[in-house]
Design a protein around this ligand. Structure first.
Ligand code: SF4
Length: 294
């Protein structure tokens, strides 16, 4: 079974991959977006710059963006593995990755207003551990940039301003409003993770977990799949475009989940992820071998 120092090293590899290698589905979506924008347009130039940046980062194993984001990680583990050990190992991995410049020192203590210098602080990284019946560990990491986090939004339904009731049409109106309000800030084209239901905290966590899904992943619930495809089309008809320059691509994907809610509450939580959708998934065998996941 895993020892803490070896596991820390595996986690550093997962962080390195997330920070420097944009997932192939996101790269492909950026290419398709670039090719459909008009020749010479600012939208096309912006997407071209993003793609060049991705290539340079990939070749040199350098961070894709100067803001390497907040590390959010979900770990599935077999019975008997200490979750305290997993949290320690991942936190240590963040510190090592920061020392190796795979991550920027990105954690500020809001009481002292001092950067901790090592990438870790209370709540950073955020590690979610869940037991499962398999022998391997599964690690799913998202590096969530600050600019795009700033344009995330949470709504309570009903919402008179949007004419949004407590139903999927209401959810649709909230998501489009969030994209409209962002106006390309948060480094569009973005990917939207959405959760309806839950409470204010759990709703946002689930909306971020949705961002782990590859862009080609289709929602197994037909009515949500339909809503995801519709919102993708409609968001791209808003004309906001890459970085707000106008154009055909405002959003690369929409992923929707839900949680149970109290009778009194109906939250819609929208997490906006920038084009630098840095996610990495890995299975780590009991012998320490890594298999990369989509
Ligand atoms: S929002 Fe994303 S792409 Fe923009 S600066 Fe932040 S991490 Fe980088």
């Amino acid at each position: 079974m895993w020892q803490e120092p070896e596991l820390t090293e595996r986690f550093v590899s997962v962080i390195a991959r997330a920070s420097t290698q944009l997932p192939s589905d996101v790269v492909e979506a950026l290419r398709q977006a670039r090719d459909q924008e008009d020749e010479g347009s600012l939208a096309r130039k912006a997407l071209d710059t993003m793609l060049r940046n991705v290539e340079l980062a990939q070749g040199a194993w350098q961070p894709i963006c100067q803001d390497t984001g907040t590390p959010l990680v979900w770990i599935h583990h077999p019975p008997g593995v200490s979750t305290r050990m997993l949290v320690r190992a991942f936190t240590e991995a963040v510190k090592k990755a920061t020392a190796q410049q795979l991550l920027r020192p990105n954690a500020v203590d809001p009481l002292t207003e001092k950067n901790t210098g090592n990438g870790a602080a209370p709540g950073i990284p955020t590690v979610h551990c869940e037991e499962w019946d398999e022998e391997a560990l599964e690690v799913r990491l998202l590096l969530k940039g600050g600019g795009c986090e700033n344009v995330g939004a949470q709504y309570t339904l009903p919402n008179a301003e949007l004419g949004a009731d407590r139903n999927l049409e209401g959810v649709r109106r909230c998501v489009l409003d969030a994209v409209h309000r962002a106006q390309g800030q948060g480094c569009a084209p973005g990917i939207l993770g959405v959760c309806f239901g839950g409470d204010r905290g759990s709703g946002f966590v689930e909306s971020k977990r949705q961002l782990l899904r590859p862009l080609h992943d289709r929602n197994p619930i037909p009515v949500l799949d339909e809503l995801e495809q519709r919102l993708l089309r409609e968001a791209n008809q808003l004309g906001i475009g890459p970085m707000g320059f106008g154009g055909k691509t405002t959003v690369l994907g929409v992923k929707i989940g839900y949680l149970g809610r109290l009778p009194a509450s109906y939250f819609v939580s929208v997490s906006y992820m920038c084009w630098a959708n840095r996610r990495a998934g890995a299975r780590i065998s009991p012998q320490g071998d890594i298999t990369w996941l989509d």
